[in-house]
Design a protein around this ligand. Structure first.
Ligand code: FMN
Length: 172
């Protein structure tokens, strides 16, 4: 029998088990970044990439004023980065302090520990009234150190997000 329920939705989503990325950005001098599981390629030619940011997050608020982003693909060695960027908030912590960071030509913070990255330029922000917005971007460049084993949502499921999605500062 086919099951239609909230549980079924969770089961189907768990089966996707996406790789985790850390998205970073900057607006004026405000650097921001958070752990993201909602992301996907959205066009082949041209190469486009979508990222969904929670309206509860500091990174979302900075992203509204930002044009450039970096998506760092995490490996199974990067759980410590998932913990830092996924459980702390830039509202009260500088997540970049004490880690090896360089700025790209637009000032976007790049995590030296994560050589598998996309450099992204914002096209649009789509707000469909849900608890996340969709950031559509053009891929400016991609870099990789070769094959790697991605850290997936299932490997970080024990982490407590810095913000719950119902904490939104801006209600729809
Ligand atoms: C496994 C996992 C997946 C997450 N996926 C997303 C996501 O897709 N989009 C998002 O905006 N936040 C996501 N988060 C939550 C943020 O990374 C987290 O709330 C972070 O602390 C926000 O930091 P900020 O307030 O500095 O932006 C995820 C957290 C975890 C633990």
């Amino acid at each position: 029998m086919i099951q239609v329920s909230d549980n079924a939705f969770d089961t189907l989503m768990a089966s996707a088990d996406p790789p985790l990325i850390v998205v970073t950005t900057v607006a004026e001098d405000d650097r921001a970044g958070c752990l993201v599981g909602f992301h996907a390629q959205s066009s082949i030619t041209p190469q486009h990439y979508c990222i969904w940011l929670s309206k509860a997050n500091h990174t979302y608020r900075v992203s509204l004023r930002a044009a450039h982003f970096a998506a760092h693909f995490l490996t199974t060695d990067d759980l410590w980065l998932a913990e830092r960027f996924g459980t702390l908030s830039g509202e009260d912590t500088d997540k970049f302090t004490g880690i090896d960071v360089e700025a790209d030509s637009h000032g976007v913070p790049l995590l030296r520990a994560c050589p598998n990255r996309l450099a992204l330029d914002r096209i649009a922000v789509l707000d469909d009234g849900s608890d996340h917005v969709c950031l559509t971007t053009r891929v400016r460049s991609a870099a990789t150190a070769g094959d790697f084993e991605p850290l997936r949502v299932s490997g970080a499921i024990h982490l407590d997000p810095g913000h719950d999605n119902d904490e939104r500062a801006i209600q729809p």
